[in-house]
Design a protein around this ligand. Sequence first.
Ligand code: ZN
Length: 680
Amino acid sequence: MKSLWSDQAAEDMISHYAKMGHGRDMALRVYSSRLLGNDPRLVLHGGGNTSVKTMVRDVMDEEIEVLCVKGSGWDMGNIEPAGLPAVRRAPLMRLRQLAALSDEDMVNVQRANLLDSNAPNPSVETLLHAFLPHKFIDHTHATAVLSLIDQPDGAERAAELFGSSMGIVPYIMPGFALAKRAVELFEQDPSVQGLILLKHGIFTFAETAKDAYERMISMVDLVERTLDKTRKTHFIPASLPNKPTPLAAIAPILRGLLADRLEDRTVRRWILDFRTSPEIRRYVDGQDLARYSQQGVVTPDHTIRTKNWPLILPAADPDQLACWADMAKTAIEAFATRYAAYFERHNINGSKQQLDTIPRVVLVPGLGLFGVGASAKDAAIAADIAENSVNCITDAEAIGTFQPVSEAEMFALEYWSLEQAKLGKGKEKPLARQVVVVTGGGSGIGAATALAFAGEGAEIAVLDREKASLVAAQCGKTALGLELDVTDDQAVRVAFDKIVERFGGIDIVVSNAGAAWQGTIGLVDEAVLRSSFELNFFAHQRIAQNAVRIMQAQATGGCLLFNVSKQAVNPGKDFGPYGLPKAATLSLLKQYALDHGRDGIRANGVNADRIRSGLLSNEMITARSQARGVSPTDYMAGNLLGREVTARHVAEAFVFLARAERTTAAVLTVDGGNIEASLR
Ligand code: ZN
């Protein structure tokens, strides 16, 4: 590991933040916090923390010393001054006299001494930063350091490697007791450059931001050079089925098995994030996987993201998937039983409420690993941590035997209110945990629909011939955009597999892609009719069939939504080539509702009319309004309500139908009122 410090970049940060009224100390604190936070070998997802002690003027214009320390909920990689709230240091220092301090009192004193009462809660490790005298303090959960100290003899290994340059602190849960013990150990030898917190991480400190940072880098580099990197292949491989099983076949089965069937017969789904690499494969394919993967998390605060141990599934044989599904089901049930027993063992005074029993990391020999989360973002966090743990444990096993904190200590952290508070308790959006596919999503009704579903908390996959990626980017960082033609059978199958590989499965499909063909029915060329049927009927069937294939593998139901058009019930003159396949699509949705209701799959449609889009261009609007002798505005508002209908109104109808859990074989009209097109 090399220092990324640049004096020029540091000076640039100082002038950047000076314009916003922040001093040199804060600018440098932000600069090196980001250097640390952007390296996953040092910290991951909100882990670690940093601080600076500086002087500020309060509202009475008195100069006071404050500790600016990372706030809960901030990530070091993109931290801003607002993420380093200032706490008056003197009241914190007085706490050292106490013999004990409850977590509630600690948080309260910290909050009560914030200069800005709206600031986030200072880190749970604030007192450690406050008690130590140094101006700049850096704390990480460096992977290499954890490989060294997550060992039965971690203390001896650390002492041998670091000599007198680092103090060694036994494992104590973060909070007041750890802060007191750490500063006592520091005072025994104030010449140390930092502290090793056994089974937890590393602190370095100095009077300048650069020195504190470079001490961190040099300590981690020292460990990295010591780890036996040549023995990476020391895991003895287990025997696996000869043929690999495709991820797209495994993922929906797993996702379906993980889903909780709740008492009100609704389903609580999970999103998956799959990872594989030669390192991951060596790890998950190892004969001893059941030993080294089940010891616990590499540093305690990972437990709130990954639980203490991952679920191990058997390797899958592609010719015996049903048998694999049975074994996977048994393994998931055993995981839940083990988790409940762990909870019972440690919930000694009965004061805690058990969390869910769903694993957050799943290891599959022959394949790789899955992160599991309530959203694609959470699943990615779990997968990132799992990938990092693979590296950490691989190195730990190369030099000795991986051994993290005890189960009781992990429980204490997992069920610590201050840790659970990091996850936040916002109410989930209505379609959170659901994967939605929208065809024709690159523009018009499809784009509006993809955005509307994203607004409801769903994970989005946009399919279209063009602009699918563009709309996906507007839907959020985790959305997927795939450019393809829905009349291409092979391309559709590949696309559905890609969506499954990305999110684990599919729950709602909006089959929207379509185009208008015209022609007087008695004169029209059959080729025109066939082209229209390809897109306006067969593509809907193809999309729906692929959806059903995945929904049946998940066995958690699903929802098919079709853009039918008013043409299906109220044909327009010379629009036969468009209206006929749309009428067939109306029958198609009824057939899906009929044949797949038993699978819990609902099928509904929307009949929209007169929406500005590729189907109804501005030129067409001008021509039609002229033909009727009205203005384009009046033409667009030519319905019973006298108001133009937009793509957003159609999108809202699709969302409504997706949420209407007891509605199937229904068609919702969105046309501002057109009595000829109304359903009986
Ligand atoms: Zn820590």
